[in-house]
Design a binder for this molecule. Sequence first.
Ligand code: CAA
Length: 381
Amino acid sequence: MKLEFTEDQLAVQRMAREFADEQVAPRAKDLDEKGEYPADLVAKLGELGLMGVAIPPEYGGSGFDYVTYVLAMEEISRACAGTGVIMSVNNSLVCDPLYKYGTDAQKKDILAPLAAGKQLGCFGLTEPGAGSDPAAMRTTVRQVGDELLLSGEKIFITNAPNADWAIIFATEDKELRHKGVSAVLLPLKNHPGVSVGPKEIKMGIRASHSSSICMEEVKLPVSHRLGDRGMGFKVAMTTLDAGRIGIASQALGIAAAALNESLAYAKERETFGKPIAQHQAVAFMLADMGTELDAARLLTLRAAFLKDHKRPFSKESAMAKVFAAEMCMRLTTKAIQVHGGYGYLKEYAVERHFRDAKITDIYEGTSEIQRLVISSHLLKG
Ligand code: CAA
């Protein structure tokens, strides 16, 4: 067993860390307060090759692996979790399935600008009546001649207000449930019949914008189907397997930021005549935070390693996501406790980390869904 990163992985981690510290972190408080989308930072992520980390250079990406992606995601999310999820959705929910299931033309025309960060993508699965149970979706697509006609509504779609492309999941035959679902590539800007709703006002990750996407008899060429007819559910599930590694990495970043803030504060703040870090009650909290964060990191890197080595990783990515998300909730709660009353004030970054943490427990499959995935693998033996 070898627990060491390659030179390439370390170089990308260093680059992402520098960018995060110098350019993202100083903006995070303001982006959160204003709920502002960081268009310039996203463009720079593209220039640094971080919007298509694991996509080969011939299709606009950087040609690294998923372990590298985890390292970079943690760094960016440590500085700003909202910016982190913008990157994560583009990398794992959009570029990854386009690379895996796309035709050569789709890869050249649609994937390449997305992976290079010149355009932005989003993933349209969730609907008002179909969140945890996407097979119950109502959005329809039907083929008429050599055209596809798409109708329906998707909600809570991360990146939608800023995106150029959406991967939309729609049913071609509702009777068939998941076997009737197809994935369709939808251009979002100035396309007849497509309307993107206003951004939702969210508790956390406020730099990333989410909204609905409404489609009314939207016409698309048949060449915009991603994967075969009826294969969409598989596209969605395999994509989410990888996406959950991205969200686990985002949780690592948020938790790492909260731990760093807590360590600094505990060394500086004094009670009963000494820094609070020297009180065992606080020191033990810090010890648990560090231990849990490392455990989540190892689970996340294991899932990425398995993906990189083309081995099954569905159970492992669900384990990484549920553990990292719940670790992030526990850790950010403790970070506020370490800060006492100050931690409850907007002035202190741990208040933002606490709000940002919650979504990791919800999107890309709630913690309850991760437990369903894990238990079904365990029970299969
Ligand atoms: N890989 C490949 N195939 C898979 C699979 C996987 N991980 N999981 C399921 N499948 C296949 C099954 O093998 C089965 O195929 P066959 O019929 O050919 O045998 C088919 O899919 C149906 O499987 P299930 O009967 O298990 O499906 P289900 O309807 O019971 O659902 C579920 C299973 C795991 C609960 C799934 O619905 C799920 O993951 N739900 C959560 C949805 C989710 O994560 N949404 C996130 C939205 S995106 C988002 O949040 C983005 C963002 O904002 C950042």
